[in-house]
Ligand binder design. Sequence first.
Ligand SMILES: O=C(O)c1cc(=O)[nH]c(=O)n1[C@@H]1O[C@H](COP(=O)(O)O)[C@@H](O)[C@H]1O
Length: 285
Amino acid sequence: MSSFGVRLASKVAERGSLVVGIDPHPGLLAAWGLPDSARGVAEFSRIVVESLADLVPMVKPQSALYERHGSQGVAALEDTLSLARELGVLSLVDAKRGDIGSTMTAYAEAYLGPMSSLAGDAVTLSPYLGFGSLQPALEMAADNERGVFVLALTSNPEGASVQHATGPEGRSVAATIARDVAEANADARRRGELGSVGMVVGATVGDAVRKLGIDLAETAAPLLAPGVGAQGAGPDELRAVFGLSASNGQLLPTTSRAILAHGPDPAALRQAVFDAVAELDSLTD
Ligand SMILES: O=C(O)c1cc(=O)[nH]c(=O)n1[C@@H]1O[C@H](COP(=O)(O)O)[C@@H](O)[C@H]1O
């Protein structure tokens, strides 16, 4: 195998950059004629993965929507990850974990450990206990050729109150996270590769990247951009956030409900992805 960043870059080169989130909300389960249960969530996820595994570089199951069904829901998440692996699509477990270092080690084992059934190819992490507290996860990811995506500028309007706040040295929290991500990816950057430590930068954050003086190219990070579709962002908003770097191979727009609303017919799900990709292609026009 090779590093997560290299594997991701090669999938993106083959299939484009749109990541589809698997968010089995109760309303979607009902619309698909499925029960709001672990069995419903498992069936929903199977249909999404089987329909899209050859079309998109990575799927992103939202852990909370499995956890709400207890241990059987978590088992459905494990089955989803194993099906994704079998069908050759990368998986990013959206669990947004973060804790003190000693506890982080346990989360790292759960989501990035070599033998863990809950480990996909990558996991989302929250750095708000301090970026350094994520170190056990960064190490576990590197040891197992897996990746992490660290929240920096989230797509929700409440995020700015923490992420734009300025520390004593005059740098914003988000810019400090970007600096730490750049340091973690320094070796990959020197090799001219995409790093395995990704960053989440919402498609809805407007001019925050520029305003906070963040150099996204410098981070060498894959940039997960949620907020596309149901949260209102499209190509114009992505262009406003990422500018020309939109086409430099780092950007991974991600959308969940806007695609999932077209299920459960596999052909309709695939068409929704084709349509979303065509719309996003206007970014590079
Ligand atoms: O890490 C994420 O994926 C994430 C970060 C963020 O800043 N905003 C955000 O919406 N997300 C996740 O992305 C998905 C967005 O879903 P839709 O709004 O349906 O496209 C949800 O699973 C969110 O939890």
